[in-house]
Design a protein around this ligand. Sequence first.
Ligand code: ZN
Ligand code: ZN
Length: 360
Amino acid sequence: METCNAAVITEHNKPLTIQKVKIPDLDPGSLLIKITASTLCGTDVHRWHGPLGDKDSLPIITGHEPCGTVEDIAGERTDIMGAPVKRGDRVVWSYVACGSCYYCSVACQPCICRGRASWGHNRSDQHPYLLGSCAEYMYVPKECLIIKVPEEVTSASAAAAACAYRTVMHGYDRLGAIKSHETVVIQGSGPLGNFATAVAKDHGAKKVLVIGAPANRLEVTKKMGADAVLNLEEVTDEKLRRQWVKDHTDGRGADVVVQVANNMAVPEGLTLLRDGGRYLNIGAGGKANIAVEKLPQQMDIITIRSGEPRHWLQAIDFLASRRKIFPFEEMISKSYKLDQINEAMEAMASYSVVKAVINF
Ligand SMILES: [Zn+2]
Ligand SMILES: [Zn+2]
């Protein structure tokens, strides 16, 4: 059996190692993808630092944000639009939902399917081995929907669409229309925050205000369309941050607050919202006792997990069609090779980059 190189977590908090991992035989309908780019995500860092959930068991190929070209297909496949998929096509692909559980079939909420499959946390010594994106090849199960990447979207941006950006698209999908008089506050200036800034602006918000850190990330945030940014590291008093939002909203608070930081940001975020506002909670990391003095009256709160296949498509389409308006490539701060994986993970862990990419 053939093998390929992959960046493997063998022990939490210890350097990753480049190992030879088996390339599996293809089951009918599955694909083998030659990875062109894999972006890193905060979740990869959290998982490296310690197990996430009770299902993590090592060794794991890190990474869940892949883009690549089709190397082999077992049989005939079409993409999400119904077009045939051929060898050499550059693609991204969705996670797997079972299609038959209560959440998939009755509630139509496949992101919380109990039988779902995703990448970057599967054992690399068990079939089908290649389910992490920091590897030369990935195995794509037959249930995944395929989204072709147009030429004008780089592999690095497409890879980021496979997690961060599609989750943002899912969030805005569930939020509904943003009206032209509305002010949106974004909590967080990482890759999700910066993409969320661009989408809020594109969807017609009157004003997009971003609270985040550090300064290098906020520079990118401004280029992604933020009307004003507030550096958390400079304005450390929560009351002053609240006042800043009030000053921008005639004393009312924001119409919409989008949380793309972590759960610790929720109590403050709720106080930034006007009565009757909508709170879109995307950042799911970090444990927090979400204690609030009082909730805004008549508010809506929406929480998000992952994305449905169409959100992968929406993210890719947004990158392609808005590329002249927003400098998406600036969100990918630094490129590494596979054998520099530890350097790349450290850069993500220290927030010295917005997003790191492993280019193959
Ligand atoms: Zn991710
Ligand atoms: Zn299901």
